[in-house]
Design a protein around this ligand. Structure first.
Ligand code: GDG
Length: 514
């Protein structure tokens, strides 16, 4: 069975030539309006006080992943990007309709900001999106709450987004929704838009199997919301299969063709396909190559790392899906059962604070701190601290240096739609000497699985063995694996992903028009 769009259509990543900052994509869509709809905005304005207490406005730019990749495409297309204006100075920098031309210094497209009240943010974002859908899709049912007031607010905010879309849409518009915050919006747009508008949704997190998804009291409305789209994209074929099965079993009168990923419902057709997202491998490679060893020594000094010891690295948002406590327990097992590893390397956890308003996230942060302190007390001493936590946001080139000079990366989520950190670590290995340990439960394992050290994050002993194996891997094997991984990551980079997505959009619109 194949739901991989490229294999289903014969479009391979190798045929998707590299673009000059989105030029080719822009050319293929140049006569149409493209509207991107996402919860997060590509540019955020904030007030910042300088040393003299003077308030100035600063702008946060897209730093990574999707926003950084789509921004140049949007600049060429001159379209509209609709998103929640969450910055303190966002209202004062936009016009009375919430619009602002971006990039601020050389405007090319319109950012349409949408304003949310504190209550809307609490119930739609910190509520239904992140207390219901996020845990549901990651099979963390112990953390899932299906509160009907939060659900109503989620629907109301989706309607706000849909209204904005309809104000900007013209005949032939391509409307691209992002992620799980907006599952209801496509249907709300579809009900009121013209038939030549193309609706596409990319779902960045896993889609669960039907026996898990049906536990959600709003399963029917969520599926029907998404079926307002012409095309729905997931990272990997398994999520497509899960989605198709959910529709088949839970949506009355939907006809599902599993092989081609086509769904007929309400007199229309929706196509489901997988588009594994990549990273901007070329830029990461360049950034990493620029970080000299002297900078790495400075970094080690600043963060209290022993200059002579190797580094095992973890980079995650502090999220309960990322498997951080499980990883720390594997390290504890290793230092406990193989004492010869004590004092031999430092584990650096770059852990960014995330969604702290939600109790499950506070509990996770407390748990990570408790385990870290226990391990450091138990094994540390003589100037060696086994685990160093870094909470601050690092500039991308510092992160690239951390990737490049760490001996091993531990990427061990309990469940993850894709996981871009794994790909970024690979792209930054310009010396071909780092080893990647990767969870079998991450989407990126589908692509990288045959050249990484695979782990089941729940299996503490095997996880500890994997760390031991990575640290003792002979140089020739490290280089061989690293080269294979880098090839995969470069061939399936962000540019290839964008081409795959837009090729599919163009092909389906062509089919509909013919
Ligand atoms: C969701 C899905 C899917 C982290 N610390 C710093 C920093 N980062 C950047 C990394 C990476 C990004 O954050 C994290 O991306 P992930 O993909 O690993 O994880 P999620 O945030 O959960 O993303 C996931 C993704 O959407 C895309 O579809 O892969 O499965 O859960 O890019 O580099 N960046 C900087 N400093 C830091 O300190 N500059």
């Amino acid at each position: 069975m194949s739901n991989d769009w490229r294999s289903a259509t014969g479009i391979s990543p190798h045929q998707t030539a590299q673009s000059d900052e989105g030029t080719e994509i822009a050319t293929s869509l140049s006569n149409d309006t493209v509207i991107v709809v996402s919860n997060r905005q590509p540019y955020r304005h904030r007030y910042q006080e300088d040393e003299d207490g003077e308030s100035t406005i600063t702008v946060d730019r897209p730093t990574g992943g999707l926003t950084a990749g789509l921004d140049p495409v949007m600049q060429r297309l001159s379209g509209t990007w609709i998103a929640w204006g969450d910055g303190g100075a966002d209202r004062d920098t936009a016009d009375e309709d919430g619009q602002i031309p971006v990039p601020p210094e050389d405007p090319q497209y319109t950012l349409q900001r949408l304003w949310l009240t504190d209550r809307e943010v609490e119930e739609y974002y910190y509520g239904y999106s992140n207390r219901a859908l996020w845990p549901l899709c990651h099979l963390a049912m112990g953390n899932a709450e299906f509160d009907s007031a939060q659900w109503r607010q989620y629907c109301a905010v989706n309607r706000k987004f849909a209204d904005r879309v309809l104000e900007h849409a013209t005949g032939g518009s391509v409307i691209w929704f992002q992620d799980y915050h907006l599952a209801r919006a496509p249907q709300l747009v579809r009900e009121r838009c013209s038939s030549d508008q193309f609706l596409f949704h990319f779902w960045h997190i896993p889609w669960p199997a039907v026996d898990a998804f049906r536990a959600c009291p709003q399963h029917q409305e969520l599926l029907e919301g998404l079926l307002g789209n012409d095309l729905i994209g997931f990272h990997v074929p398994q999520y497509c299969r899960n989605f198709l099965e959910c529709v088949e079993m839970l949506v009355e009168q939907a006809e599902v063709e599993h092989e081609s990923g086509r769904i007929r419902h309400g007199g229309r057709e929706t196509v489901v396909g997988s588009f594994p997202m990549g990273v901007d491998a070329e830029t990461l490679k360049r950034q990493s190559a620029r970080v000299e060893e002297s900078m790495w020594r400075t970094f080690k000094r600043e963060f209290g790392l022993d200059p002579d010891l190797g580094v095992v690295l973890g980079v995650d948002r502090l999220d309960y899906t990322k498997g951080i406590p499980e990883r720390l327990q594997a390290l504890e097992h290793l230092w406990s059962e193989q004492p010869e590893w004590r004092g031999e390397f430092t584990y650096v956890q770059k852990g960014s604070e995330s969604r702290s308003q939600i109790p499950a996230y506070q509990q996770l942060q407390d748990r990570v701190s408790t385990i870290t302190e226990r391990i450091n007390d138990r094994f540390g001493g003589n100037g060696w601290q086994p685990i160093i936590m870094i909470e601050e946001q690092l500039p991308k080139d510092t992160l690239c240096g951390l990737y490049r000079y760490s001996d091993v990366a531990l990427v061990s989520p309990l469940r993850d739609g894709m996981n871009l950190v794994a790909q970024e670590y690979v792209a930054a290995q310009v010396d071909d000497d780092g080893v990647l340990i990767l969870s079998e439960l991450a989407g990126s394992h589908e692509q990288l699985g045959d050249a990484v050290i695979s782990v089941n994050p729940y299996d503490t002993e095997a996880h500890a063995d994997a760390i031991d194996r990575a640290l003792t891997m002979p140089e020739a094997e490290r280089r061989h694996r690293s080269r294979r991984l880098r090839r995969k990551v470069h061939n399936n980079d962000l540019d290839a992903w964008l081409h795959g997505v837009f090729d599919a959009v163009n092909q389906l619109r062509g089919d509909a028009g013919s």
